[in-house]
Design a protein around this ligand. Sequence first.
Ligand code: HEC
Length: 103
Amino acid sequence: MKKLVFTFSAIALLVACAPKTTEVIEKVETVENEKTIDFPSGEIAEGDYLFSEHCGKCHDLPKIDKYSEQKWRGIVPAMAKEAKLDAPQENKILQYVLWKKTL
Ligand code: HEC
């Protein structure tokens, strides 16, 4: 039964068109538990790369645990501007940071 719920969530994730970030995060967790399904983690992986590439230039690479989700939602847009990143790059970094906070 539990397995069925997980599978359903994963399907819901695949068919959802524009889920809110918090919903995505919840579903990422679900999919993480369901090892048989490959989560399309490209955006998060790219965010990881962009974060380590751009966010340690002017200061040390920030500790993700140090700030709340709410804080990050303000920090990332401000710092993406500092780092001269475009909106998709900013979004990938935010996805990565918020995903990392759920681990
Ligand atoms: C061009 C330089 C520059 C780049 C690139 C840069 N930062 Fe910053 N960052 C700063 C400066 C300057 C401050 C301190 C002043 C401030 O808080 O506005 C800061 C402060 C911060 C803080 C502390 C904020 C707080 O409220 O204590 C965090 C977290 C942070 N940056 C994250 C990032 C992330 C994530 C990236 C990559 C998207 C990034 N920074 C890229 C210049 C930069």
